[in-house]
Design a protein around this ligand. Sequence first.
Ligand SMILES: [Zn+2]
Length: 389
Amino acid sequence: MPDRPLANLDGRTPLEASETPFMDDLVKSSELGTVNHIPKGMKSGSDVGNLSILGYDPQECFTGRSPLEAESIGIPLGPNDVCYRCNLVNIVNNNGKDFMDDHSAGHIDTETSKVIIDGLKEELQDNEFELYQGVSYRHILVWKNGLSKLETTPPHDILDQNTIDYLPTGPGSVRLRDLMRRARVKIKKIKNQNPELKSLNCSDIWLWGQGKKPVLEQFKSIHNIKGSVISAVDLIKGIGKLAGLDVLNVEGATGYLDTNYKGKVESALDSLKENDFCMIHIEAPDETGHEGDYKKKIQAIDDLDKKVVGPIVEGLRDKYDDYKICIVSDHPTPVELRTHSYEYVPYLIYNSKLNTCNHNQKVFSERSASESGVVIENGFELLGHFFKK
Ligand SMILES: [Zn+2]
């Protein structure tokens, strides 16, 4: 959700330009501050950011993005297996150069992606490589006893850039480049054989985010609190599973503007009958940031406030008199960059029993949080602070 001031918005950020009456209402009696979920030297992303949000020090436990997603899909990983994220992407050729046009293959739906992935399995799978179907454009390649010390680049970081500079490099990269080359030929073939896929914004696979299976200490044994996670995104579900949290599946959760907000809220409130903690992850503000579309990003934030924060507050107020809410982001995705950045992100902590207000701000925004003067440098400490506060 966090962003930078935009000239198009008269110097306001998308969050400041959004209608957020429910978050603003919470702010008035909440602790407000900024927090850093991306430790120095690590790459800004949902993997590192969400480990930190759930109280894990990324510097100790992060091995790569893809093995976290593999956990969610239920892929059995041996200790020497290396997992790669396999994006379906669109690369366009201009004057003999390949440019990354779309890291999400036009947010391809899962059903359509299955046609492509099934075809790619025929072409790419052997004793060493195995491909697994995920959600939308996010799939997984496992390299048995594979190499992991390669340099790879997230495709959302190189939108509109020449891909030749960002192909895998280092030991083993030849093998991956070969897979990517063969996938391009095969996808072309699949599209030719299926006329309904002709106009699809999907030309290639992109391999990145590799790592071996990580180990997380159980959430319950650290905090003595039973919890659940709701997300459309395999990465977040995988972190939840490794942490021993209940991972709830909500039908129609897409990780985009068309997600089933109502279903997520209902599922969250329902899960609190058995759990004392629930993390609801909303992905649309990040995706619209990657699209570089501030109007869509404002829509995503409006929806987050009206369709998630509002009903959650109402649902908790109806059922309990003692509850807390924390609103926080994993990292900024400024629309002008179309990728993640490193500014500290705003958070609020609301306690229904206690006015924890530490400021005189009226709204929830990057600026109001920063002006509160409170800074949490180690983001993974925020959760413990939230439970204690
Ligand atoms: Zn992102």
